[in-house]
Write a protein that binds this ligand. Structure first.
Ligand code: F6R
Length: 612
């Protein structure tokens, strides 16, 4: 993962880089570092967050107009001061920041050690900068040419930027499988893992492609070549990202802001795509390829983490409403298990970031087998969005809290709409039901607002169970994946061990865990299995478990049985996950805050997982 930022221009590089790193901290936050050219090459780095780095630079900001910065999520080598980036070449002239993994670093390191190179850190990145130094010296090459030739020897993923003390107006960047965005300002240039560090200064960007190398010279401008030395002239794009979207906007945490944004973000994911009064729903990317969907023998959804939970709900939706056989695959399993994929398959890849390495690899694999690939992505212009054949953006806006919330409900909105459209076009749902579902979809933002208004009641419940060491989440049918998602939200931000189960599976094992200390969150809104859910609650109560039930408004029966209940508005069952997840997000958030956890940057995690 890791976040990288580089600046070349007339301004002081230090504040721009530090601010940029803070915006990129969602990508990793176990150590940070910076190099600035100021006659010499000044490099500072340390274990910890960007604020710790600022504290290390005791003599005040560094001066200089060219610099690079890094915030790390450790892969090779523990997070400590030495392993933090930037890493220097043996002669100290070159400084590199890197996001990715150099897979063949061990033989490269051995060969360099044989030539007399001495390494200070355990990282693959230090090997790369020594390799570039070696290639550069061997043939007295320019930095860009040495980088190009060195990268030909490298196996793995990289987004890198390099400074050269002897060329103080120049930086060289390159990418393969990890993102690198180039920003063109007024007499200044930026390179970064995403556009957030540069939006304050420019809206003109180029998304570099794999195996492209960019040389930026303050006096001569920029040049992009491929690793094969072919000159490229990519189109400069204009991005639509506002600085307010990257701020907390008065909320204590990004996660809280993002939970509260959901009435708006869900509405944004439907905007121009649905009109219940006129009886239509449409998704541009799907319309263009409707035959592929209508004739698909099978839909396979692939994703990781929370996106995988959205995919699981889509399996219920596509099979229930559109009667299309559907499978869901963890991207990391799909790509390595030699799956059967045929050209009649539609593969749907889901990713908030659009950069998740496993999901990207699954997309590439399915593409190589001739399947049609549809992307459901948040991050506009991201690698997965650009690799798929078609797709729908979810338009949730930047999601900065590491725990995914608004992206999940926007993914679900798009998936639900797809299933409704397909069900209707395939003649599997009646005109009346189609119109009813469209109308209920349009009401979702208002219903989510109603649930958000109950946050204080949910906060109270959080206070009652905040000291639990374990928790169980149970759901049936459409809400089984919501149980998984609720458990993931709790464990990732509060570090309470939590498991999600289909409610009926509880008696096949997990019931052994239930005692008076165990909170059991039961999503009990199902109309189709109401009696069965009641039996499951009885089973938990009989073992003295603490029942927190998410129920449909007015469900007096379950309300009386549960220790705590959270009422959510009534809605058609296929749409219920869109509502049921909201109280679970709020519950996790408050429990984590009460336990003093760092909600937006939970330990060991990073927002964008670009390693496999
Ligand atoms: C959990 C979470 C992760 C991501 C997963 C996939 O809250 O955010 O589980 O869902 O890393 O990320 P994307 O959707 O960016 O591919």
């Amino acid at each position: 993962m890791c976040g990288i930022v580089a600046y070349v221009g007339e301004k002081e590089a230090y504040p721009i880089i530090i601010e940029g790193l803070k915006r990129l901290e969602y990508r990793g936050y176990d150590s940070a570092g910076i190099s600035v050219i100021n006659g010499d090459l000044a490099t500072f780095k340390c274990k910890g967050k960007v604020s710790d780095l600022e504290a290390v630079i005791l003599d005040g900001p560094l001066h200089g107009n060219v610099g690079i910065g890094h915030t790390r999520w450790a892969t090779h080598g523990v997070p400590n001061d030495v392993n933090a980036h930037p890493h220097l070449s043996g002669d100290g002239n070159l400084s590199i920041i890197h996001n990715g993994i150099i897979e063949n670093y061990a033989p490269l390191k051995q060969a360099l050690e044989n030539l007399g190179h001495v390494f200070k850190s355990d990282t693959d990145t230090e090997v790369l900068i020594h390799l570039i130094e070696e290639v550069k010296k061997e043939d007295n090459l320019s930095l860009e040419e040495a980088t190009r030739r060195a990268l030909q020897k490298v196996v793995g993923a990289y987004a890198i930027v390099i400074l050269d003390k002897e060329n103080p107006h120049k930086i060289v960047g390159a990418k393969k499988s990890s993102p690198l965005v180039f920003g063109i300002g007024d007499g200044e240039y930026f390179l970064a893992s995403d556009a957030s560090p540069m939006v304050k200064y420019t809206d003109k960007v180029i998304y570099l492609k794999d195996e492209e190398i960019i040389t930026i010279d303050l006096n001569e401008g920029y040049e992009i070549r491929t690793i094969e030395n072919e000159i490229k002239k990519p189109k400069v794009l204009q991005i639509d990202l506002k600085i307010e979207e990257l701020e907390k906007g008065g909320y204590e945490h990004f996660m809280l802001k993002e939970i509260y944004q959901q009435p708006i973000t869900i509405a944004e994911s439907m905007r121009g795509r649905i009109n219940a009064a006129e009886g239509w729903g449409k998704l541009g990317g799907m319309e263009l390829h409707m035959n592929r969907f209508l004739n698909a023998k099978r839909i396979v959804l692939t994703a990781c983490g929370t996106s995988w939970h959205a995919a699981m709900i889509a399996e219920y939706l596509f099979e229930d409403l559109a009667r299309i056989p559907t499978e869901v695959e963890y991207a990391s399993e799909f790509r390595y298990r030699n799956p059967i994929i045929s050209p009649d398959d539609v593969i749907i890849a889901l990713s908030q970031s659009g950069e998740t390495a496993d999901t990207l690899a699954a997309v590439k694999l399915a593409k190589s087998k001739g399947a049609f690939i549809y992307g459901i992505v948040n991050n506009v212009g991201s690698t997965i969005a650009r690799t798929t054949d078609s797709g729908s953006y979810i338009h949730a806006g930047p999601e900065i809290g590491v725990a995914s919330t608004k992206a999940f409900t926007s993914q679900l909105t798009v998936l639900t709409l797809m299933a409704i459209i397909l069900g209707y076009q395939k003649g599997k749902i009646s005109e009346d039901y189609y119109r009813q579902l469209l109308a209920e979809m349009e009401s979702v933002p208002t219903l989510v607002s109603k649930i958000l208004a109950k946050a204080d009641q949910i906060k109270y419940i959080a206070g009652e169970v905040r000291n639990a060491s374990n928790a169980l989440y149970l759901g049936r049918g459409y809400n089984f994946p919501i149980a998984l998602e609720g458990a993931l939200k709790l464990k990732e931000i509060s570090y309470i061990h939590a498991e999600g189960y289909p409610a009926a599976e509880m008696k096949h094992g997990p019931i052994a865990l239930i005692d008076m200390y165990m909170p059991v969150v039961i999503i009990a809104t199902n109309k189709s299995a109401h009696e069965k859910i009641i039996s499951n609650i009885q089973e938990v109560k009989a073992r003295k478990g603490i029942v927190i039930a998410v129920i449909t408004e007015g469900d007096q029966t379950i309300k009386e049985m549960a220790d705590f209940s959270i009422e959510i508005p009534n809605i058609a069952e296929p749409l219920s996950p869109l509502l049921a997840v909201i109280p679970l997000q709020i519950l996790s958030y408050h429990i984590a805050v009460m336990r003093g956890c760092h909600v937006d940057q939970p330990r060991n995690l990073a927002k964008s997982v670009t390693v496999e």
